[in-house]
Design a protein around this ligand. Structure first.
Ligand code: FES
Length: 114
């Protein structure tokens, strides 16, 4: 069972339920709340966390490279394009992802390589 909380959100007059998850960014050890379907890059930028994104989140660079410390199963699957682009990332690891491509649906701990 997902550990995310459920919040009621009013949208256009209709109530909708959205799950909210915890995303922790290392090494700054900052934990923020984020909704299902939001990319790690957008979560970082919305919360003042500096994550490079030279191509603007279009899977055309590798500057948004992050390492998933915990919660890989809480992310959308890696596409072939993302896998190809990741090949150019410095310090590539088996649990590397592109922050702009990985969208959450559960709690995640993410390390931003220095
Ligand atoms: S911002 Fe360029 S690949 Fe993510």
């Amino acid at each position: 069972m997902d550990s995310g909380a459920i919040q009621s959100v009013q949208r256009g007059g209709a109530a909708a339920e959205e799950k909210v998850h915890k995303v922790t960014f290392l090494p700054m050890n900052k934990t923020v709340d984020a909704r299902t379907g939001i990319s790690l890059l957008d979560i970082a930028l919305e919360n003042g966390i500096d994550l490079e994104h030279n191509c603007g989140g279009n899977c055309a660079c590798s500057t948004c490279h992050v390492i998933i410390v915990r919660g890989m199963e809480s992310l959308t699957a890696k596409s072939l394009d993302e896998g190809d682009q990741l090949e150019d990332a410095d310090g590539l690891m088996v649990n590397s992802r592109l922050g702009c491509q990985a969208k959450i649906h559960g709690d995640v701990v993410v390390e931003i390589p220095l």
